[in-house]
Design a protein around this ligand. Structure first.
Ligand SMILES: Cc1ncc(C[n+]2csc(CCOP(=O)(O)OP(=O)(O)O)c2C)c(N)n1
Ligand SMILES: [Mg+2]
Length: 725
């Protein structure tokens, strides 16, 4: 035994080209001498040990199903391609493995014990602290490949992973100190792994399109087992991933027998070598058998025939590797002994993991957000001698200051680049000032625009992105819910997503359906993001800075009706422009107008709690009730300034909550409930609510639109009723 060496280093100059007749010539240049040296043998033995380990882990979990009660998948059948990949990745590489990649994690250096801590949802689970399933890794340890948060949603890691490659390219092109390279300046690659059935998902195509367009350094590794739970390949796809890849001009591709370790190793060596050198994307389709269950909960015998199982068993990578090693002259007894060692190691790790403590229950709320350093208003809000600006310019200038001061900040979205500078000119001149590598147009890919921020943030870029109209955020909604919002919590605080997402919103008089909608309640139903909604230029500038510096995902809702103060009654959205140092923390509301102390004393007053356009409806209405109305502008919808809200409600005893959104099941309706619960004893009337009529869209005709939306007149009516209550 003592003579056996386990080698985790790959062959320096011994690339084998894996190619077929459709692979294009770029890959041929990487061809050198074939393997066959002692290093290869060491790799094979390492792979054997890891494969044995993975097999024993799966078997141990199966044998202890009552203990392993949380659902899990294992790699059985997929081990060869996974180990071949994991062994060749470097600590400066970035990987998005999927839920079946436990053998790959072993090959990257994660121990069976570490993986089992997650299996059993223990406190010391190094990935999620007991919050997410087995084989949902993330890693920042500098001695192993870097892994951002991994969700359970199939295919949806492809956009975040491509975002990592986008970020690496930016850091590389700008020679950023944030780029982590190898000891000899070796460049990082990204590996994104996915199952065959997830390739057909729509978001995958957005990512592939972006990767080939921008020549990103990423390897898409598809583990093709012909199954997507119980759906067969024949049933649900017209082509495999390799064939699909042909449609993405510039995407290199290869197919490999993923059950053959040598072939897999060579294929991945070629793919990784290609991407490390050429900085272009490649797709590798590895055909593999599926030998285990889909998951511990969805059992193979429920839907797979004996014939099908036998076909897969015939491709088991384990006996294939065994016979290869025996051909290399390794005695069966040695392989047997390695297998026994692996079995013992796995058993000990399991016993140990079972004993490990659970997370403390008190910790369940930890890491929803990373702490922000911006907690106080700072800088000059109304500098002397400065002109008033419209809100859109305040936003623009804030982003300009940010791009000026933070070289790792980039800004992209539809039409924000040089030629137009945003359909509302909210990004005008930025492309010219900062260059096309920092401010640029993207395709109409809302999922990509939002989801890429996860990957960009993971590699140290600070993305500012824009969704052109709030009404069109829905294609990006999935990424927001599934990836962006959950990353911090489920990585136990390791991967908060620093993202500033600008979203022009709201009705502005005749904008019509699909261009006038409000979306804050749908956003606020997502936990793990912050939502800001300024109503004037000064707040816009200060909040934009705080939103950017917040280490968490922040949505900036920018009202199109307030942008230029063109909507009648919104002139006050223009303010003196705050200084470049001005910053306004999130989560702090403000009193924009106060009732008179005399009226408060007499008990004749009330407060209107609102935000955005509501502030202007409220202020206009208040003119009809001099001294009697306090108007609170929330400014941030999450986190919410509850202290200010409740103190004002308690002071006045009467309250109207006001929103531009359709009222039913809205944020403002739930706020009314909270106020009623919190301030019940202080209330002299039920909390009144005004919102838009519950229509599916804002109608185009301005008369119809006006009927739907709140107005000063509608507010006056409600105020009157409340004051007389
Ligand atoms: C978006 C989404 N829809 C459905 C599921 C439920 N689901 C989990 S695995 C799976 C099949 C995935 O098949 P494939 O990508 O081929 O990977 P395999 O399990 O075969 O390795 C499905 C439908 C999910 N996790 N995510
Ligand atoms: Mg599959």
């Amino acid at each position: 035994m003592a003579t056996i060496v386990f080698n985790h280093h790959h062959h320096q100059n011994s690339l084998i080209v894996f190619k077929d007749n459709t692979s294009v010539s770029t890959l041929k240049t990487l061809s050198t001498n074939p393997v066959g040296d002692s290093k290869e043998l060491a790799d094979l033995l390492t792979a054997w040990k890891l494969m044995c380990e993975a097999g024993h882990m799966a078997a141990t979990y199966e044998a202890n199903r009552t203990i392993c009660r949380y659902v899990h998948s294992t790699s059985r059948g997929h081990e060869a391609i996974q180990i071949a990949t994991g062994l060749q990745l470097k600590p400066w590489d970035y990987v998005s493995p999927y839920y079946r990649d436990d053998a790959m994690l072993l090959a990257m250096g994660f121990t069976p014990y570490e993986l089992m801590l997650q299996l059993l949802a223990k406190a010391d689970d190094p990935f999620s602290g007991g919050r997410s399933y087995y084989c949902h890794p993330n890693n920042q340890r500098p001695d192993r490949p870097q892994i951002p948060h991994q969700s359970s949603a199939t295919g949806m890691q492809v956009i975040p992973a491509t975002g990592m490659a986008q970020g690496l390219q930016y850091l590389e092109n700008t020679k950023s100190p944030h780029l982590k390279t190898g000891p000899n300046g070796e460049l990082p690659v990204v590996v994104c792994v996915l199952g065959d059935a997830s390739v057909t998902e729509g978001e995958v195509s957005e990512a592939l399109q972006f990767a080939v367009l921008k020549h990103l350094p990423i390897i898409y590794l598809v583990e093709d087992n012909n199954w997507g739970i119980s759906a067969t390949a024949e049933e649900v796809r017209a082509m495999d991933a390799y064939e699909y890849a042909a449609g993405f001009k510039g995407l290199e591709r290869m197919r490999v027998d993923g059950s053959d370790f040598t072939a897999s190793y060579a294929a991945m060596e070629t793919a990784i070598g290609y991407v490390r050198q050429e900085r272009k994307p490649i797709l590798v389709q590895a055909n593999v058998p599926l030998l285990g269950h889909h998951t511990s909960g969805v059992r193979k015998e429920w839907y797979r025939t004996e014939d099908d199982l036998n076909k897969h068993i015939a491709e088991d990578p384990l006996p294939k590797l065994r016979s290869l090693l025996m051909k290399h002259g390794i005695a069966d007894a040695i392989l047997e002994e390695l297998d026994i060692i692996a079995a013992n190691d796995v058993l000990h790790a399991f016993e140990h993991a079972v004993e490990a403590p659970d997370p403390t229950r008190e910790s369940f709320m930890d890491h929803v957000f990373a702490p922000t350093t911006i907690t106080e208003e700072r800088g000059e809000r109304t500098p002397a001698g400065k002109q008033k600006v419209v809100m859109v310019d305040a936003a623009l200038h804030a982003v300009e200051d940010i791009l000026q001061n933070y070289p790792e900040a980039i800004f992209f979205g539809q039409d924000v680049g040089r030629r137009l500078g945003g359909v509302f000119r909210e990004a005008a001149t930025l492309g010219e000032k900062f260059g096309d590598h920092r401010v640029y147009n993207t395709a109409i890919q809302e999922a990509y625009i939002i989801g890429a921020t996860t990957g960009l943030s993971a590699v140290g870029v600070k993305p500012i992105v824009e969704i052109q109209f709030a009404d069109y955020i829905y294609p990006g909604f999935n990424q927001l819910v599934t990836e962006v919002a959950k990353s911090c919590y489920l990585s136990n605080g390791k991967f908060p997503v620093q993202a500033l997402i600008r979203v022009p919103i709201g009705a502005y008089g005749g904008g019509g359906p699909y261009h006038s909608g409000s979306i804050e309640s749908t956003l606020l139903s997502i936990k793990g993001i912050k939502v800001v909604y300024p109503s004037n230029a000064a707040d816009m500038k200060g909040l934009m800075k705080a939103a950017f510096l917040d280490p968490n995902p922040v949505i900036m809702l920018e009202h199109k009706g307030l942008y230029w103060s063109k909507v009648p009654g919104t002139l006050e959205a223009m303010t003196i422009e705050p200084g470049a140092d001005y910053i306004l923390p999130l989560g702090k509301g403000t009193i924009v107008q106060s009732a008179h102390p005399r009226d408060i004393k007499q008990g004749n007053t009330m407060c209107i709690i609102t935000y955005g356009m509501g502030v202007y409806w409220a202020k206009a209405a208040a003119k009809a009730f001099p001294g009697q109305i306090t108007v609170v502008d929330l400014r941030t919808l999450y986190p919410l300034d509850e202290e200010l809200i409740y103190s004002q409600v308690k002071l006045h005893g009467k309250c109207l909550v006001l929103t531009e959104e359709q009222l039913n099941s809205s944020f403002i309706q739930s706020l009314a409930g909270k106020i009623q619960g919190e301030c019940f004893r202080y209330l002299d009337a039920p909390v009144a609510m005004i919102g838009a009529a519950d229509l599916p869209a804002v109608p185009l005709n301005t008369g119809l639109e006006a009927e739907m939306l709140p107005s000063a007149e509608k507010v006056i009516k409600a105020v009157k009723e409340l004051l007389e209550y």
